[in-house]
Design a protein around this ligand. Structure first.
Ligand SMILES: [Zn+2]
Ligand SMILES: [Zn+2]
Length: 295
């Protein structure tokens, strides 16, 4: 790690995906040499296992294991620059339960509700039902293992929050839930509800994207307003690489090294120093992902 640069942790990347099959180790070493550590996020059985293999090889790389909602259905492919195939997978608690015993596994996920896509031959009711039960099974494993959860939620915050409350029970009596909402793009109201439950918010490349002109014109709340408002002790940064490449690199493959651009944007929006953002988000990530303390 370069001594002249503040350390950052990219809390959500897929640097173990096929998009990096030709230069994965170069990318990881480049990031580590720039002071960027990272968490590889599992999305189905094989990406969960592969993330652990990569994490085993490097200090400063950790993994999560889980089933992404879109991988529950056959035929899904990402509409972004990199395509991947889903496997019509149903959540296998025995398989993931075994993986998460690994000391480099710091959380369960990504998992959650994603109502953005439609899947051929799957009714909206069936989609919601299958996503909810996969999420619940993953959450139960995390609770049993005392691990935090990495939640992927798109166009489904009301149902997601209701499901969290159902699984974890009435929050007022219990300890705050350990987890984060990755690539948070919801409203301030959504954010407040997640924070009240104990979650952290993860901001990614989306915060660098220009807002819709009509939203600005109508004086609507913007994602950047949520970033400005969000308490510094409750946020972490991420890239979701290879996806969601920040400005000014849109159209290129993303890299965890670009988490620096996200942190710079957070600093700019909050009107504070980059080092302060780096120190806070790194401390937050370490507080959330307790197993990072094991190296
Ligand atoms: Zn996601
Ligand atoms: Zn992801």
């Amino acid at each position: 790690m370069g001594t002249d640069e503040a350390m950052l942790i990219d809390t959500h990347c897929h640097v173990h995906f096929n998009a990096y099959k030709d230069d994965m180790d170069d990318v990881v070493r480049d990031c580590l040499s720039k002071g960027v550590q990272m968490v590889t996020i599992g999305t189905q059985k094989d990406t969960s296992a592969n993330g652990i293999k990569l994490a085993e090889r490097y200090d400063g790389v950790w993994a999560t294991v889980g089933l992404h909602p879109s991988h529950i259905f056959a035929g899904y492919h990402d509409e972004g620059e990199v395509q991947f195939k889903s496997r019509n997978e149903s959540f296998d608690p025995a398989y993931y339960g075994e993986l998460l015993k690994h000391p480099k596994v710091v959380a369960v996920g990504e998992m959650g509700l994603d109502y953005h896509y439609e899947y051929e031959g799957v009714s909206p009711e069936e989609m919601k039902e299958r996503e909810s039960s996969a999420f619940e099974a993953g959450a139960r494993l995390a609770i049993a293992a005392d691990l935090p959860v990495v939640i992927h939620c798109r166009d489904a915050h009301d149902d997601q929050i209701a499901l969290i409350e159902k699984i974890w029970g009435p929050h007022e009596d219990g300890a705050p839930i350990r987890g984060l909402i990755h690539c948070f793009t919801g409203t301030k109201r959504d954010a407040e509800r997640y924070l009240a439950l104990g979650f952290m918010l993860a901001f990614g490349g989306s915060i660098t994207y220009p807002p819709r002109k009509s939203d600005v014109k109508e004086g609507k709340e913007l994602l950047t307003d949520v970033v400005k408002w969000a308490p510094l002790d409750k946020i972490v940064v991420e890239t979701d690489a290879p996806y969601l490449t920040p400005v000014p690199h849109r159209g290129e493959r993303n890299t965890p090294a670009h988490v620096k651009i996200v942190a710079e944007k957070v600093a700019e929006l909050k009107g504070i120093g980059f080092d302060e953002v780096a120190a806070a988000t790194t401390a937050n990530a370490r507080r959330l992902f307790r197993r990072m303390a094991n190296g």
